[in-house]
Design a protein around this ligand. Structure first.
Ligand code: DAS
Length: 360
């Protein structure tokens, strides 16, 4: 090679290195994300007697390895491995399950060989788990909760594509730093906002403030980002929460009475979520009991049975300042219960708890 050719070769090599076209860089460029799937049960692991059974089936039957094997296309998206954390229908999940799951997610998120985490989950309480994870796991790595409305045995089952989309979302760097996400029916929703709003249709999950984005053919498309505190910005950390204080929910309705509130208090509830009519209204026969229980140190938090799209306004339907009550803002009763439990691990000051309901 003469001098001129050597200079040309050196210049080409320099360009290739600068553009990252070395064999190692190319190998790294195609290195797949490492995604862990934590299976907890639910319909996505369900099985029905026939393909016509889209709503009659047994939840929590299919183990995680069979779940992964049923969607071989996952391997085109990421290097995926599975763990069976629980195998239950999510209506039966309790606080201890929440803490166990969140601690596992937190531990995995700290591992260098984990880029994203998917949790397969029943749909009934999926919104509660997703909110709990967004409040307590300190990571920017994608955490994606996914379920299905039909078992895998049904005609037009939705679980396989939901799982594929969830892995695609967890594998995408664009999903980082957005808090826990819920992927169902092609949509990416915030774990904080989303709620199960229809009981037996595939488009069951809605966020009153709209989806964050969509995932289509393995790619994520974003249209907005969360504004509430979550994950690394949260003052709650699962790694320092051993037990969740007991918080209960009672419904408001015509002819309501105070029996449930008093019974919950007698059973040790540290806070009561009132799922009020309208703007979190409290029926006159119930007010004295709530004031009495507040005086005994139990937190009273006004949410609303009205489905999302608004929020309970402080001092509107009730003199919250005078009664020293908290309003749940836009959180539905079941999400208010999650935040109240966590709040009580840090404070019993109702003004500080109200701050938390405005920030998370
Ligand atoms: N029972 C429901 C649950 O496990 C089934 C489902 O929709 O996932 O939440």
């Amino acid at each position: 090679m003469n001098h001129r050719s050597f200079i040309r070769w050196l210049s080409a090599l320099g360009t290739a290195l600068a553009l990252g076209f070395t064999p190692l860089a190319q190998a790294q460029a195609v290195k797949k994300a490492q995604v862990v799937i934590l299976a907890t049960g639910g319909t996505i692991a369900g099985a029905g007697a026939s393909a016509a059974n889209s709503a009659t089936y047994q939840a929590a039957k299919v183990p995680v390895d069979k779940l992964l094997a049923s969607v071989p296309e996952l391997s085109t998206l990421a290097d995926v491995r599975g763990e069976q954390v629980f195998q239950i229908a999510s209506e039966s999940l309790n606080n201890e399950h929440l803490v166990t799951l969140a601690k596992r997610v937190s531990a995995l998120s700290k591992q260098a060989d984990v880029d994203g985490i998917v949790i397969t989950h029943g749909t009934d309480t999926l919104e509660e788990t997703a909110y709990f994870l967004t409040l307590t796991v300190h990571t920017n790595k994608p955490i994606v909760v996914v379920g299905s409305m039909r078992p895998g045995t049904a005609l037009s089952a939705d679980g396989a594509l939901n799982l594929y989309n969830a892995v695609a979302t967890a594998a995408s760097p664009t999903s980082a730093g957005k808090g826990a996400l819920v992927v169902m029916n092609d949509e990416i929703n915030s774990g904080r906002d989303v709620a199960k709003s229809i009981n037996i249709r595939t488009e069951a999950f809605k966020s009153p403030w709209g989806a964050l984005g969509m995932v289509v053919e393995g790619k994520t498309y974003w249209f907005r980002a969360p504004v509430k505190r979550h994950t690394v910005q949260s003052e709650f950390d699962i790694d320092s929460i051993p037990v969740l204080p007991k918080v209960e929910i009672a419904y408001g309705y015509g002819s309501a009475n105070d029996i449930a509130y008093r019974a919950f208090a007698a059973a040790g509830a540290k806070a009561l979520i009132h799922a009020g009519t309208g703007n979190g209204s409290v029926a006159a026969p119930v007010v004295p009991a709530l004031r009495e229980l507040r005086a005994k140190g139990i937190q009273i938090i006004r949410s609303a049975r009205v489905v999302g799209g608004g929020f309970v306004l402080r001092n509107a339907e009730q003199p919250d300042d005078q009664y020293d009550w908290v309003v749940a803002h836009d959180l539905n009763p079941q999400k208010a219960r999650i935040l109240a439990s966590l709040a009580l691990t840090r404070t019993t000051d109702s003004k500080d708890i109200q701050r938390m309901f405005m920030e998370y």
